[in-house]
Each structure stands twice: as structure tokens, then as C-alpha cells.
Design a protein around this ligand. Structure first.
Ligand SMILES: [Zn+2]
Length: 170
């Protein structure tokens, strides 16, 4: 069973991190540690489970290998609020602030855990930007930004809709 001390230590590890996944998690840990200290037990089994997860996440990420540098993709998803539909996966930001990919089967993974195939697509989009998503759009027939089927002649030729191309930027 997770103890208040476990959560306090996890909070310290999260606080020392700069990745987006860790953002805000130190406070969550401290809040749970405080409640656990006061009531002696978790309110629900779900909370106990979540506390254990928080502790393991704090350790796992601290020792994980450095992730790919995907600054362009992060800017698009986190600052411009776009989801990227890249055929092999979707890049999204979750309410927690974490950014990662959703596989076609619906499971969410961090960039560091994605398959080699997905990693190569991400690296290509990071490097070539609009050109890369246009190629994906031409291959899939869908716009990488809004996921809609490309129907206008100009959009089919470009591999992306005009409004989405503008939102994506150069
Ligand atoms: Zn679109």
C-alpha cells in the first residue's frame, strides 16, 4: 500500500522534472499525501490505485532514456492546440497536459514508448513540417489536421485543406 511518505517522495521527484508529463503532478501527490495523513486511508480503491501509479510514474520517468526532441510537434499540439492525424497514429494533448500518440487501437503512449514506425513518422513531421503532413494527406486522402476526407480538388492535390494548412503554418 502506498504511504504518505511514498507520495511525498514522488512529489519531490516530480518537482525536479521539467517534462510536460510531470507538470502539476507534485501538487497532486502532496495533496494525496496530506489527505492520506489526515484520514489514514484512501477514500476509494481507485484513489489507492492512482496513488500507486503516481509513485511508479515519478520513478519511471526520472530514469527513462532521453526522449526524441519534437519541438515543432509540441508547439503545434500544445500551443496551437491542434491534433495531428498522421495515419499510423494521432498526436494529442490530454487534459493532464501530457502529450503523446494514440495508436489506431485507441491506446495512449508517450513518445518515448512509441513503435519504430510511429517514431519515424514523427521524426519526419518534425523535420519537414507541412511538406510531410501533405504527403501523408495525399496517401491517406484525409487532412492531417482535421481528419476530414479531402474532397475539394485543390485540397486533394495539396494533401491538406487550405484552412488547416494555414493553422499548421510553414
Ligand atoms: Zn483539415
Amino acid at each position: 500500500m502506498t504511504t504518505a511518505l511514498d507520495l511525498t517522495q514522488a512529489a519531490a521527484r516530480f518537482a525536479a522534472r521539467t517534462d510536460s508529463f510531470a507538470a502539476g503532478k507534485a501538487d497532486v501527490c502532496l495533496d494525496m499525501a496530506d489527505k492520506l495523513g489526515r484520514y489514514g486511508t484512501f477514500a476509494t480503491a481507485k484513489q489507492a490505485e492512482f496513488a500507486a501509479k503516481l509513485v511508479s510514474w515519478s520513478i519511471a520517468r526520472a530514469t527513462a532514456a532521453p526522449t526524441m526532441r519534437l519541438e515543432r510537434i509540441q508547439r503545434l499540439v500544445q500551443e496551437k492546440n491542434l491534433a495531428l492525424h498522421l495515419g499510423v497514429c494521432k498526436v494529442v494533448q490530454f487534459q493532464s497536459g501530457a502529450i503523446g500518440v494514440v495508436d489506431p487501437d485507441g491506446s495512449f503512449r508517450r513518445f518515448s514508448k512509441c513503435t519504430a514506425e510511429v517514431a519515424s513518422v514523427l521524426a519526419d513531421v518534425e523535420r519537414r513540417g507541412l511538406e510531410a503532413v501533405q504527403e501523408i494527406g495525399k496517401a491517406t486522402g484525409r487532412c492531417c489536421v482535421c481528419s476530414r476526407t479531402l474532397t475539394a480538388e485543390g485540397s486533394i492535390a495539396a494533401g491538406i485543406g487550405p484552412v488547416c494548412a494555414e493553422r499548421f503554418g510553414a
